[in-house]
Write a protein that binds this ligand. Structure first.
Ligand SMILES: Cc1cc2nc3c(=O)[nH]c(=O)nc-3n(C[C@H](O)[C@H](O)[C@H](O)COP(=O)(O)OP(=O)(O)OC[C@H]3O[C@@H](n4cnc5c(N)ncnc54)[C@H](O)[C@@H]3O)c2cc1C
Length: 303
């Protein structure tokens, strides 16, 4: 079995999640080659073949051109699988490639079970295992689901380029409005999940964050409900954070949330369900009603 791994490069750096592709590939087994639109001076520590297109020529993101280059690589390598990170880059490019190749796509893979791919369903509340209906498949892996692995070594680079620029031009990135809160820089984050119950209760979580000199974060349902602004969402479609202390209040621990906070040095979770998945990631799980425990903790800190 042969797999092409699609690395990601952004603004002078390899994206950390690129190394999760190697973790996935190790679990999948077989041979790998890599495809990257990046920079020759910033290559992953990988001892296989790497097809490299220069981002300065092709644009860091240009779906039309990157698809063309990748399809040429697929033709040369004849892989069984083409694997992307489930990032804004991957979820845009992967279906274009799958459609062009007329092959199945399996998105947001979180595990490999008996040769099948485990993916979330019912808004990630449940999981199911699927196998592609075509022998070749395009896959995207959920960030945080597979371990980051550094294979080591130096890639054998095969340079690729295109003489056509396509009809799109990569202009650049526009940073998200950080407003007053910059979770990426916060040492302490206290995050509110759906378990806080209602918008009015956010003030109770904010009070703990303030008492600790930290910032308020939130899970996606809390942001979707409009209780907390989007720039404070933690997770795959929000911020990736690495505070010294992360307090998860009424958060179940879905993979999409955990992917954003698993780099915290210490995690305290408060949940009334002792079997909540967050317990697998937290250093301490307090089994309590968040609306009783958090005000008591805030009062204790204030003493
Ligand atoms: C493509 C995609 C991207 C996503 N991106 C993100 C993302 O970036 N960030 C993110 O957070 N999610 C994301 N999600 C959603 C994610 O899958 C989960 O649905 C979400 O993280 C769940 O949020 P939650 O833990 O707050 O809510 P729930 O899963 O509903 O959990 C609530 C928890 O609170 C507990 N609880 C209830 N009442 C109390 C109480 N009184 N006291 C204590 N505990 C209580 C419950 O036991 C439960 O564990 C994404 C989903 C998809 C499909």
């Amino acid at each position: 079995m042969k797999t092409i791994l699609i690395g990601e490069y952004r603004e002078g750096k390899m994206l950390d999640a690129t190394y999760e592709l190697f973790g996935f590939a190790r679990q999948l087994g077989g041979e790998t080659v890599m495809f990257l639109v990046g920079d020759e001076t910033v290559l992953p520590a990988y001892d296989g073949t790497l097809y490299l297109a220069e981002a300065v020529q092709c644009g860091e993101y240009n779906p039309e051109l990157h698809k063309k280059l990748l399809l040429e690589t697929v033709q040369k390598e004849n892989p069984d699988n083409i694997v992307f990170i489930h990032s804004s880059y991957g979820w845009d490019l992967a279906p274009r490639v799958a459609a062009a190749l007329k092959v199945a796509q399996v998105s947001e893979i979180v595990d490999i079970i008996d040769g099948g791919f485990e993916v979330g369903c019912c808004n990630a509340k449940m999981r199911r295992t699927v196998t592609p209906a075509t022998s070749r498949a395009v896959l995207t892996i959920q960030t945080g689901a597979f371990p980051a692995v550094q294979p080591g070594g130096t890639p054998a680079v095969i340079k690729i380029s295109s003489d056509s620029d396509g009809s799109l031009t990569f202009v650049g990135y526009e940073p998200a409005d950080k407003k007053d809160v910059d979770l990426a820089k916060a040492d302490i984050i206290v995050s509110a999940g759906r378990g806080v119950g209602k918008k009015d209760n956010i003030a109770i979580i904010q009070a703990l964050a303030t008492a600790l000199g930290g910032e308020l974060g939130a899970s996606r349902p809390v942001v979707d409900a409009g209780w907390v602004p989007h720039n404070q969402q933690v997770g795959t479609t929000g911020q990736t954070v690495s505070p010294k202390l992360y307090i998860a209040c009424g958060i179940s621990g879905a993979i999409q949330h955990v992917a954003g906070m698993k780099k915290a040095d210490f995690t305290l979770a408060i949940n009334k369900d002792r079997d909540a998945p967050i317990g697998e990631f937290a250093d301490v799980l307090v089994i309590a009603d968040v609306m009783q425990f958090v005000p008591a903790l805030t009062a204790k800190i204030a003493q």
